[in-house]
Design a protein around this ligand. Structure first.
Ligand code: ADP
Length: 581
């Protein structure tokens, strides 16, 4: 009885074990089928031992059968970027030789002639404890690389997402990277966004490669070999043509030709770029940048739909960037205006206070003297009027400057040209500055050995020399100021040198701009207009004005003016006749 029960329980156990085995077998099969990847097991002799439905679909294998090493019946391993070129050593052959093949991209031409691009790995398998070098088999795991084809819905979604990104206020170029990440890998495998134009400097403001390792290489390449506007190899030619460009097959030669040295070529080729689509960013008819998109080995070249989408995105990006720029400029202009109004009211008020006090004092004295029946001292009145006149002159010059700026802005700066000698004009202005220089204990020197004749507008020329000399005294820290006038063929040159506070290299480029100052208004008064007006006048004469300086070491301003349409003999000074006034 008991042996019968034991037998029964044994049978039950066997049944349970079989059921469990079937279950785990079924679970394993389910797992293998559900991975979505092609799985294929092959022994060392090249027999396909097992494969899942996806592998059957990819390799078009009806039943497992004996296969040659590295081959599947009727299938050819080809280069992913070029289906007509066979792969020298197939991934299976390499794995069977013991090599670990990780995350590679292969092309596979199937028996029906279709080509599929697979990305996968092949793992050599050796039984546990085996010390043999050659594996007993290999397991191939691969998935079809879906080509980034954009249907209308995805394209619309992409545009909407880009719109949301661009709608947020574009403060910095750093926001360009998220935009590029929308396109990679949906539309392209890699992308670079350039800002700038070929006449100015061009910078790569964002770069993305879908593969992390290649992304690092792309960023490294752009850091080490930034675009160079002077080197046409460094920039997409669309910067010159302003038109979208497409290259279906980026050959190695083509890519190497774009590089500057061997290392550059190595980096570029390591990115695996196979096709290119470049779209200019155009705002208000001006190229402000470019979007360069790439696909990598095996992916199809860009098509018309891709081009249209990239162009639409570039259009929207350019518009947003330009609007952001305009907004920034408008804000900056308002800030400058407010700052200027503060300084201008302070500057206009400064001469008014002594003016008011002096007039008030004079009035009181006159009243007092009149009340006492005494005569008013002419000397006293004249002294006070001197101060009044000085302050009125200051006010007039401030207002004149303001008027000049509005004239220049409105393009109404008119020149009345006549023949004159720059050396005499400079000497006259220098003479006018003698009293203020003496007050500052500053020596004024002039070196103008010969007359320098030319055709200029006298008042404007005087204004230019006045501005340069008054600055040299104002910022000259009491050091000697030198003025040189010379001629160089058809060019007249005037140089004003001082040994004063100087200008830092950072400030130097902006001092000729409107309202720009390099000193604090607590220490030095001024509207920041003198040099702006000077440059505008000089440029209206067709000349240039440049400054060189070092902080604490003084400044040199060099003015070069074309001498205009003057008789040939006037060029050969000395001895040239003074022109008639
Ligand atoms: P302002 O003198 O009214 O400020 P300018 O346009 O004449 O305006 O000059 C602009 C700025 O350039 C000045 O504020 C000053 O910082 C700098 N600058 C001009 N000339 C000199 C100079 N000779 N030495 C040092 N700094 C100078």
């Amino acid at each position: 009885m008991s042996s019968g029960r034991a037998q029964l329980s044994k049978i039950r156990q066997v049944l349970v074990e079989r059921a469990e085995a079937r279950l785990s077998d079924a679970a394993l099969r389910l797992l293998i089928e559900q991975t979505g990847e092609a799985l294929l097991l092959m022994d060392a002799a090249g027999h396909v031992l097992a494969f899942n439905a996806e592998a059957g679909h990819q390799f078009r294998i009806p039943v497992p059968e004996r296969l040659e090493h590295g081959c599947l019946p009727g299938c050819d391993w080809v280069r992913p970027e070029n289906a007509s070129v066979p792969l020298e050593v197939s991934p299976l052959t390499r794995a069977l030789a013991g090599e670990g093949v990780r995350e590679e991209r292969w092309g596979l031409r199937r028996p029906d002639g279709t080509v599929v691009v697979l990305r996968g790995s092949v793992f050599p398998i050796s039984p546990a404890g085996s010390t043999e070098e050659a594996p007993s088999g290999v397991l191939l795991r691969a998935r079809e690389e879906l080509l980034p084809r954009l249907d209308a819905t995805r394209a619309a979604r992409l545009l909407a997402e880009a719109g949301a990104l661009l709608g947020a206020e574009l403060e910095t170029e750093a926001q360009m990277e998220p935009l590029l990440r929308l396109l990679v890998p949906t539309l392209a495998d890699a992308g670079v966004l350039f800002l700038g134009s070929s006449g100015e400097s061009v910078r790569a403001v964002a770069a993305v490669h879908a593969e992390p390792e290649r992304h690092v290489l792309l960023v490294e390449m752009l850091c080490r070999y930034p675009p160079d506007t002077l080197d046409p190899r460094g920039l997409p030619s669309l910067f010159l043509t302003g038109r979208t460009e497409r290259t279906a097959e980026l050959t190695e030669e083509h890519q190497v030709a774009l590089t500057r040295d061997v290392e550059h070529a190595r980096l570029l080729l390591s990115l695996g770029l196979s096709s290119y689509l470049g779209v200019p960013l155009v705002a208000r008819g001006r190229i402000i940048g470019a979007l360069a998109l790439f696909r990598t080995d095996g992916a199809p070249a860009f098509g018309d739909e891709d081009e249209r989408l990239a162009e639409e995105l570039s259009r929207r990006t350019a518009l947003s960037l330009d609007n952001a720029r305009l907004l920034r400029e408008a804000r900056e202009a308002v800030r400058l205006r407010d700052e200027f109004l503060g300084i201008a009211s302070h500057e206009l008020k400064t001469p008014l206070t002594p003016l008011h006090l002096k007039v008030q004092l004079l009035q009181k004295q006159v009243d007092l003297l009149a009340a006492n029946g005494k005569p008013v001292s002419a000397e006293r009145v004249s002294e006070t009027l001197d101060v009044v006149q000085r302050q009125v002159r200051k006010l007039t010059s401030l207002v004149d400057n303001l008027l000049d700026v509005s004239r220049i802005t409105a393009g109404r700066l008119k020149l009345e040209l006549e023949e004159m000698d720059l050396a005499s004009v400079a000497a006259e202005i220098l003479y006018r500055f003698a009293p203020s220089a003496a007050q500052l204990h500053c020596s004024l020197e002039m070196h103008a050995p010969v007359p320098v004749l030319g055709r200029w507008d006298r008042l404007r020329l005087e204004q230019v020399v006045t501005n340069l000399l008054s600055n040299a005294l104002k910022y000259g820290a009491g050091q000697p100021v030198r003025l040189l006038v010379e001629a160089d063929g058809r060019t007249a040159r005037l140089i004003v040198e001082d040994g004063g506070i100087g200008i830092s290299a950072r400030d130097l480029p902006r001092i000729f701009e409107r309202f720009e100052r390099a000193v604090s208004d607590r220490h030095y008064g001024g509207l920041g207009l003198g040099l702006y007006i000077t440059r505008q006048i000089v440029e209206a004469f067709g000349g240039t004005v440049k400054a060189t300086s070092e902080l604490g070491r003084g400044s040199t301003f060099v003015l070069e003016l074309p001498r205009g349409d003057i008789p040939e003999e006037w060029l050969s000074v000395p001895g040239a006749p003074e022109p008639k006034p």
